[in-house]
Write a protein that binds this ligand. Structure first.
Ligand code: NAP
Length: 324
């Protein structure tokens, strides 16, 4: 199905993943109504305004997840909505206000706006593997995680994993609202997203790579679920365009622990001083597997981790965030 020329909304457009999504949507011929919290802040919007096609087909709007009705006028006249905005942070002093309210209330706020606009045919929500893996089952190498898994909010609350909780509560509520209001919704559930930056502010997931290479004393001995930002953005568009796409889509190229990741980095950048010591004395947690079957149904051919890591480092260099 070609959606060339159609009008779509992208929430949180200045973010890492959303910037790539906007870039690809413009390349595909869409008109993009992009929401940001402050359209006048060129440090956050300059890279979007410089994209090919932006002059003709990118329109910036001010909207905030926690303001009721904030997205109503933006979504009016849209054929589709990509909801990517959500605070991404692990260290917060007030989890309810800083993470849960914007994620949960914000998602329902946007879906409520979508429900009022008959032209909206599909809503694509950027969820996370955080809403998938934390259900209490053990994650051993023989385990294949797939879209039928759903994280348990009680476990996340007990473990004080507030970001994971915010995403899980938001996705859970989104499915309920979409079902009750006849909204055709699809969720993408990426793991740790890495790859080139379109603007010089690294998201939390790219900061993790920075930590690994900037001489951290130790490396985490828990597995990372890596995926490339370009594949994630492309999957959003495929999930919107493919009529048969439905439900959730796990997006993970490789599950790899800190030491394996460091080995790859060392292969390409032998001069780097990388940590050789795991973060704790707990037993090493072997990597599990994540099903790619549904994602491949979207036509996604995952970028190998080696390429994603190398492109991340090169992009960090170009943005003067590291010197090697
Ligand atoms: P990011 O670069 O930090 O982008 C987050 C975006 O959310 C920013 O544009 C931010 O706007 C916006 N936002 C935060 N609070 C908001 C509010 N109250 N109202 C309106 N906008 C608000 O993070 P990202 O890595 O691209 O993440 C984008 C989405 O992917 C999120 O939903 C995240 O949970 C999900 N995700 C990310 C990863 C990952 O590894 N990076 C993995 C899985 C899922 P400002 O620019 O105004 O702050």
């Amino acid at each position: 199905m070609s959606e060339q020329g159609k009008v779509v909304c992208v929430s949180g457009a200045s973010g890492y993943i959303a910037s790539w999504l906007v870039k690809l949507l413009l390349q595909h011929g869409y008109t993009v109504k992009a929401t940001v919290r402050n359209p006048n802040d060129l440090t956050k919007t300059g890279h979007l305004l410089a994209l090919d096609g932006a002059k003709e087909r990118l329109h910036l709007f001010k909207a905030d997840l926690v303001e009721e009705g904030s997205f109503d006028s933006v979504i009016e006249g849209c054929d589709g909505v990509f909801h990517t905005a959500s605070p991404v942070a692990v260290e917060v002093s007030d989890p309810q206000a800083e993470l849960i309210d914007p994620a949960l209330r914000g998602t329902i706020n946007i879906l409520r706006s979508c429900a009022k606009v008959p032209s909206v045919k599909r809503v694509v929500v950027t969820s996370s593997m955080a809403t998938v893996v934390f259900n209490g089952k053990s994650l051993t190498p023989d385990v294949l995680v797939d879209e039928s898994w759903f994280s348990n909010p009680l476990l996340l609350e007990q473990s004080k994993l507030w970001y994971m909780l915010s995403k899980t509560l938001a996705e859970e509520a989104a499915w309920k609202f979409a079902k009750e209001n006849g909204i055709h919704m699809v969720t993408l559930n990426p793991g740790w997203v890495i790859g080139p930056l379109l603007h010089p502010t690294p998201s939390l997931s790219v900061q993790e790579v920075l930590k690994l290479i900037k001489g951290a004393q130790t490396f985490p001995n828990t597995p990372y679920t890596w995926v490339d930002v370009r594949d994630v953005a492309n999957a959003h568009i495929q999930a919107y365009e493919l009529l048969e796409a439905s439900g959730r889509f796990c997006l993970v190229e490789t599950v790899s622990d800190g030491s394996e990741t460091l080995k790859i980095l060392h292969k390409f950048y032998p001069a780097l001083h990388l940590s050789e010591k795991p973060a704790d004395d707990k037993p090493y947690v072997p990597a599990f597997q994540v099903s790619q079957e549904k994602a491949k149904g979207l036509g996604i051919h995952f970028t190998p981790l080696e390429v994603s890591l190398k492109d991340t480092i090169e992009s960090l260099k170009e943005n003067n965030l590291i010197s090697l």
